[in-house]
Design a protein around this ligand. Sequence first.
Ligand code: GUN
Length: 299
Amino acid sequence: MTAKIIDGKEFAAKVRAKVGEHVARLKKDHGITPGLAVVLVGEDPASEVYVRNKGKSTVEVGMNSVEHKLDADTSEADLLALIDQLNNDPAIHGILCQLPLPKHLNEELVINSISPEKDVDGFHISNVGMLSTGQKSMVPCTPLGCLMMLRDHLGSLSGLNAVVVGRSNIVGKPMANLLLKDSCTVTIAHSRTKNIEEVVRAADIVVAAVGRPEMITGDWIGEGATVIDVGINRIPHPEKEGKNKLVGDVHFASAVEKTGAITPVPGGVGPMTIACLLANTVTACSRANGLEEPEGLTA
Ligand code: GUN
């Protein structure tokens, strides 16, 4: 079988273009510019790169971007005061507090202090609860991106067997809830799952989010399955000494022989995460103003 390689870069560009169109309409018809605030505490180099990329992408689609960079030793009280200020700022429609936070700060407390309506990460406990009960909520960006790609490739997901490998709060669990909402039969497999290969082989849809390099090999994949690989793992390059190579949780070369469609790493799910952050921000802005939500950008 010749697998379709799902191009996440191209798909993310389409999502960003859709967000841009909706932003332009909000500005023209209602005089509203969506605003995203990103809070970074400390100087983690990887987080600084993410935050810079988020700010750049936000401005590119015509939204306002506000960055708050706080010292690594910022007190919890000061961080909560900033979030309170952003919660009450009508020009800010989305708030993202970059994780991980320095150890002295309580991540759960900080995330749950963001207004659920402005929680564009979808990490607030109210959003988690609303998603799991099938109510309208803010949805975590990576699973939302996976869902968009699955819907684009397969159309209706109703009745399909979906196996999510990995049970994290950020990807595995929300992904399972989204697939259930789209009427899939959903299994969450994880490190303790018995006969995991067989479980995965029975799936029409496999979403791999375990964080173990190339764990899922071609012999685990049912003929024609659609495979979404969320893993981003750095391993020593097999041919170039001293260099690293990015691989997913799926062994691409063997899996591609079996799948109907598959996302590569890099260039698959990765680019979708920021695109979905922008989508969530324009959705939050539309909801805050009682306006129609952007079509095709929500769960
Ligand atoms: N750190 C790494 N990924 C993310 C993300 O998606 N959201 C937040 N808030 N922090 C992160």
